[in-house]
Design a protein. Structure first.
Length: 220
């Protein structure tokens, strides 16, 4: 399918063709705006967890993955939960660097340039391809309302203090991965959000470990 048309080509479209294209655009805009609250969102559990954390702490989020892996649906889910700063991108110019189904045709320098131009966000999540059979047959999934209830439960709760074990792991991660001050503060903030979601009174090492996992390697 062609991505654009010249003015001359548009001029020769019939009224019926123009109406069809307008309806397709409206349908696509509705799809991107927000998912149906009644729809059960299956698969991509790691990405859904990241969206919940991002929404709970107002952390900016970047979803990266090959075409047709659900990034747009997940971004719409984030918007429905009130998360404004959510972005999506392919992992390389051709889009298939992380796709096990198709080979990537991009050179290493092209991929490096691609990642250099990605938005700088608090959190980064890779969205992998999910089997259509799994999506159709899996009994597991959640509605948007279930995520909203989790957010409502922690509304107004203060961020827990950093525990001793959590602080030790954060220090080790800073030394090992060479985080700068901004990255360190961001990870500490995300870990605090995760601890709030878990109902913990302290930020523990598992909260820090999850927060570090959301840090993009190209942003370290």
């Amino acid at each position: 399918m062609r991505n654009s048309m010249t003015k001359n080509e548009l001029y020769y479209l019939t009224d019926a063709e123009i109406s069809r294209r307008i309806e397709n655009l409206r349908r696509e805009l509705r799809r991107r705006a927000a998912p149906d609250p009644a729809v059960i969102i299956r698969g991509q559990d790691h990405a859904k967890r990241a969206i919940l954390v991002a929404a709970a702490g107002s952390h900016s989020l970047l979803l990266v993955g090959p075409p047709n892996t659900g990034k747009t649906m997940l971004r719409a889910m984030a918007a429905a939960l009130g998360l404004v700063e959510t972005y999506e991108s392919r992992p390389c110019p051709c889009g298939f660097r992380t796709d096990v189904r198709r080979p990537c045709s991009c050179g290493q320098s092209a991929v490096a340039d691609w990642y250099r131009d990605l938005p700088r966000t608090d959190m980064y999540v890779e969205v992998d391809a999910t089997s259509p059979v799994y999506l159709l047959e899996s009994p597991f999934g959640e509605k948007i309302e279930e995520f909203r209830k989790q957010l409502d439960r922690i509304a107004g709760r203060p961020r827990p203090a950093m525990g001793r074990d959590g602080a030790s792991l954060l220090k080790a991660a800073v030394n090992e991965l060479d985080f700068d001050m901004h990255a360190t503060k961001t990870i500490e903030s995300i870990a605090g959000t995760i601890a709030r979601l878990d109902g913990s009174s302290l930020i523990g090492p598992h909260h820090v470990a999850e927060a570090v996992g959301y840090r993009a390697r190209h942003q370290i």
